[in-house]
Design a protein around this ligand. Structure first.
Ligand SMILES: *Cc1c(COP(=O)(O)O)cnc(C)c1O
Length: 349
C-alpha cells in the first residue's frame, strides 16, 4: 500500500536550524511547533513523537480533537479553532477570536487572545483589548497568551515591519492592563516560519513555526533560507498491475496517453482520492525518479512507463505545487490521513 515516509533526520535538521536562528537573534524565545491539520499532512502522532524527542514543549493544533491525540506529548497545547465541547485539560488553551466563546467557556479555562495586528483576518481589534481582558478576568478565565498573526512574512516590503510594530504596541498595552488588574502577564507570540527566519531581533516569548519545520519556506523575503531546509515527507506508491503494451496503446480514462513505442506500463496505488492532485492532459508531472505520471490519473491509481515495484511520487512538494499553481502547504495538507505514515530513523542503511 502507498506510504508516506518521514525523514526524522531532516526534521531534526530543520528544528536545529530554526533553534540556532533563535539563539542568535533572541534572548530566550522558545520554538513552538504548529501541528494543525494532521501536522501539515505528515501525521499528527508521528510528528508529535519526533517533536517531543527534540524537546519541543509547546504546540498549536487546529481542534480539540487534535489536541487530545497529542495530549500526553507536550507541556502546553493551544487549540486554534473551534469551541471545545467539554472542559479542557489544564495544559490546554483555546484561542479566542470572539466574545461568544468567552461566554461559553467554564471558569479556569486557559485562553489565548488573538488580536488583529494588520492582516484583517481573525482576531479582535486592539481597541477591544480592555473590554476582552476585563471580561476574561470577570469570568474567571486565565489569560494565558496574547498573540497575532503577521500576514506579510513572505512578502518583501514594509507591511511585515508594520505588523511587528503593531504587535509591540499591543504588548505594551496588555502589560499596562495586566498591571492595573493585578493579573499575571500572558505569553506573547506573533511570528510564523517566515516571520521568524527573517527577523534579527525577536523578543516574544515564543514563535509559532509550521512549514519550515517540515522543510519548506516559500518566502520572497528570504529566498536563501529555503535551500537550507530539508523536506521531511516523501510519498511512495506500490505497483498494482504491470503490462507490456504495444506502440499506439491508449492508457486510462479517455485514452489521453498514447504509447510511442512498446513499453512496460505499471499502475501505482495513489490517486486523487488519496489527496494527490488529479493529473489531466494539460498537466506535466514526473515522479521523483523522473517517470512521467501519465494523464489522466484516477481516484486510486496512476500509470507510468516503469517496471519498478515501488515508486516515489514526490520527495519535494514544490514541483507539484508549481504545476498546480499552489504552495507546498496545500500539497502536504491534502494528503489523506488514511495513508500510512512511517518514521525513517536512519536513511541509507
Ligand atoms: C499555521 C499557523 C502558523 C504557522 O505558519 P507557518 O507559515 O507554517 O510557519 C502560525 N500561527 C498560526 C496562527 C497559524 O495558523
Amino acid at each position: 500500500m502507498s506510504e508516506i515516509l518521514l525523514d526524522s533526520q531532516a526534521f531534526f535538521h530543520n528544528l536545529t536550524f530554526i533553534s540556532h536562528h533563535l539563539k542568535k537573534h533572541s534572548k530566550s524565545t522558545k520554538l513552538a511547533l504548529v501541528l494543525k491539520d494532521n501536522a501539515y499532512g505528515h501525521g499528527l502522532e508521528q510528528i508529535a513523537t519526533l517533536a517531543r524527542e527534540f524537546g519541543v514543549e509547546d504546540v498549536f493544533v487546529k481542534t480539540h480533537y487534535e489536541a487530545k491525540i497529542v495530549q500526553d506529548f507536550f507541556g502546553s497545547i493551544t487549540i486554534l479553532y473551534g469551541a471545545p465541547q467539554e472542559p479542557l485539560a489544564p495544559h490546554m488553551a483555546i484561542a479566542i477570536n470572539n466574545k461568544e466563546m468567552l461566554h461559553s467557556l467554564p471558569p479556569g479555562t486557559k485562553v489565548e487572545l488573538k488580536v488583529n495586528a494588520g492582516m484583517n483576518r481573525n482576531g479582535i481589534s486592539p481597541s477591544e483589548l480592555e473590554e476582552y481582558i476585563a471580561l476574561i478576568t470577570h469570568r474567571g478565565l486565565e489569560l494565558f497568551g496574547v498573540f497575532s498573526h503577521n500576514g506579510y512574512g513572505d512578502e518583501v516590503g514594509e507591511d511585515f515591519a508594520l505588523g511587528c510594530e503593531n504587535f509591540c504596541a499591543i504588548k505594551d498595552e496588555v502589560a499596562r492592563m495586566c498591571a492595573d488588574l493585578g493579573i499575571a502577564l500572558p505569553r506573547f507570540h506573533t511570528l510564523n516560519s517566515s516571520g521568524t527566519l527573517r527577523s534579527t531581533h525577536i523578543d516574544d516569548d515564543l514563535v509559532r513555526v509550521g512549514i519550515a519545520a517540515y522543510g519548506y519556506l516559500e518566502s520572497d523575503a528570504t529566498p536563501h533560507i529555503a535551500r537550507q531546509l530539508k523536506p521531511v515527507a516523501s510519498l511512495w506508491a506500490d505497483r498494482i498491475s504491470r503490462k507490456i503494451l504495444p506502440r499506439g496503446a491508449k492508457i486510462g480514462y479517455g485514452g489521453k496517453s498514447v504509447l510511442e513505442s512498446e513499453s512496460v506500463v505499471s499502475t501505482y496505488d495513489v490517486g486523487y482520492g488519496d489527496g494527490f492532485y488529479r493529473v489531466n492532459e494539460r498537466k506535466t508531472l514526473h515522479t521523483a525518479s523522473g517517470e512521467r505520471i501519465l494523464p489522466r490519473t484516477s481516484m486510486d491509481c496512476f500509470s507510468c512507463v516503469s517496471d519498478a515495484p515501488r515508486i516515489c511520487v514526490f520527495d519535494d512538494a514544490l514541483a507539484l505545487a508549481r504545476e498546480f499553481d499552489t504552495i507546498s502547504y496545500e500539497v502536504l495538507t491534502r494528503l489523506s490521513p488514511f495513508i500510512k505514515r512511517t518514521i525513517v530513523r536512519d536513511k541509507g542503511e
